[in-house]
Every structure is written in structure tokens, then in C-alpha cells.
Design a protein around this ligand. Structure first.
Ligand SMILES: [Zn+2]
Ligand SMILES: [Zn+2]
Length: 276
């Protein structure tokens, strides 16, 4: 049992890092990675600031040592791609002593009013679409994947975070989105680029218990298989009680779609591990 996408009180997680680790040990996880939201060039209520980073790394180091006999603890970060000046590949993030980096997009440039957090509950998303994006859902979706593809091109990270997460909100606005030929062409182009860069894709189970949806959508698991993209299952937990949510279901869905193995860190090295 593993999870490499976990928040804690250093960012917007709802418990201390140690509480997540203790819960992971209690549930029998063999390795666990902490991945708080990395600093942005401005403060937010959900990201660390650069001044917090030394304490963050120290606390991971302390827990690694304290619980060494029970679990492998790893230091990660979930790093936003904002633009050329702030993304996983910049020197600041590359020089940090991290075991791995997750690359994600949560913020999108609105038409007139700066950055907007599109990783919002669906009710809020339905307000954002007309107010900040001129009600142009297709344009907004295209912009989201353009940004993700710029992140993949720029690199500097190991795991693609919740690969198509905005599509859930977008399909609540247009239930035919996932059937649209233009959308499926876009998804193929995107994952082909991901495959060419050798980046791992997480199956993010954060919303599974509420919505039955994984990110990326299960519909694209055969594409991941055909492109030989290495995958792993992450819960993106913000609460200790949710670290295992959807994990078994995701592993079963992978197997059912012809993906027999997931990536796990063993003694600091990523290894393909058969799904038990
Ligand atoms: Zn995220
Ligand atoms: Zn996250």
C-alpha cells in the first residue's frame, strides 16, 4: 500500500504531517509521500510560502527517522505550473532535496481579471465560467490543456497531478464534453506528449467516494495502457481518514483495463510493482 500525494497542515491539509504518517502506519501502508502545495510567487490560503519550506523538509526528515522501522517516508511537493517563471522546472524547486515532484495546474488566466482557481467545487465553477471566461467552456478547456501541455513540455517533475481534473467540473456544465470528438483529440494529443516525456501519471482518487470519478477518467485508462505510460494510485488526501479512499477501486479498474502494475518507491527508487 502506497500513497505519494498527501497534504498536511503545512498547506491546506487538515491535520499535522505526523497524523497522516501515523494513520498510514495504522492502515498498513508500506510507503507514504508528503506533497504539500509548493510556494507560489504570492501568498494563498492553500500553498506554503518559501519561508515555510526549511521547516517542512526538516519535519519530513524527522518523521523519516522516527518511523523508519515501520514505513518508508518520502519528501515530495505538488508544484503548480504558472508560467515560465514559476513552475516545477525552475532552479528553486530543482535544488530542493525532494524525493519526487508532482506537477499540477490549479490556476488559469481569466479573460480580464488575472488568475482564477479553477480547482473549485462545481457550484463555484458554474459561477467562474460566465464571470471570468465569457461562458466559453470549450475555450476554457482548451486553455487548461494548453497550460498542462506547457507544463509537460517544460518538465522538472516526476508525476502528473490529477491529469484532467477540470474536465469533471466542465462536464457538469456540458454533460456531452467527454463524447466530443475535439475533446478526445485533445486528450490523445496530451497523453501522447506525456508518454513521449516519460512522466508518470497518477490515478487520483480524491473525488472517487463522492463522484465515482478518477482523474484521469477511467475512460482513458486504455489510452494510458496503449501509450505505455507508467501509473500509480494517489489519494491526494487532505484528511488522515481519507488516505486510502478509492485506492482498491482504482487498482481494480487499472487491472480491468489491462494495466497490471503500478510504480512504487522502494528505497528511493521508482519500481514497477505488480498489482497484488
Ligand atoms: Zn492538486
Ligand atoms: Zn493535491
Amino acid at each position: 500500500m502506497t500513497n505519494y500525494h498527501s497534504h498536511c497542515s503545512f498547506c491546506d491539509g487538515r491535520a499535522s504531517m505526523e497524523d497522516f504518517v501515523k494513520e498510514a502506519i495504522r492502515q498498513g501502508f508500506t510507503s507514504y509521500g508528503i506533497s504539500s502545495h509548493a510556494p507560489l510567487p504570492f501568498p494563498t490560503r492553500w500553498t506554503m510560502e518559501r519561508k515555510d519550506v526549511p521547516a517542512y523538509l526538516e519535519e519530513i526528515h524527522r518523521l523519516k527517522q522516527q518511523y523508519d522501522a515501520e514505513i518508508e517516508i518520502y519528501a515530495g511537493m505538488e508544484i503548480d505550473y504558472l508560467d515560465a517563471g514559476s513552475n516545477p522546472a525552475i532552479e528553486y524547486f530543482q535544488q530542493l532535496p525532494l524525493d519526487y515532484r508532482i506537477g499540477s495546474v490549479h490556476l488559469l488566466e481569466s479573460l480580464e481579471d488575472g488568475l482564477v482557481d479553477i480547482d473549485a467545487p462545481v457550484g463555484r465553477f458554474k459561477v467562474i465560467l460566465p464571470v471570468y471566461f465569457g461562458n466559453d467552456l470549450k475555450g476554457m478547456v482548451q486553455k487548461y490543456f494548453d497550460k498542462l501541455m506547457a507544463m509537460v513540455e517544460t518538465g522538472g517533475f516526476d508525476i502528473l497531478g490529477h491529469a484532467d481534473k477540470m474536465s469533471y467540473n466542465a462536464s457538469c456544465c456540458d454533460p456531452s464534453l467527454l463524447e466530443a470528438p475535439w475533446y478526445n483529440r485533445l486528450i490523445k494529443e496530451y497523453f501522447s506528449l506525456v508518454a513521449s516525456k516519460g512522466i508518470m501519471v497518477e490515478i487520483n482518487t480524491k473525488a472517487y467516494n463522492d463522484t465515482g470519478i478518477f482523474f484521469p477518467h477511467v475512460k482513458y485508462f486504455p489510452l494510458l495502457r496503449d501509450l505505455h505510460i507508467p501509473v500509480l494510485v494517489n489519494s491526494d488526501a487532505h484528511f488522515p481518514a481519507r488516505i486510502n479512499n478509492g485506492r482498491q477501486e482504482a487498482l481494480e479498474a487499472l487491472k480491468a483495463n489491462g494495466i497490471p502494475a503500478v510504480m512504487e518507491l522502494h528505497q528511493g527508487k521508482w519500481e514497477e510493482t505488480p498489482i497484488g
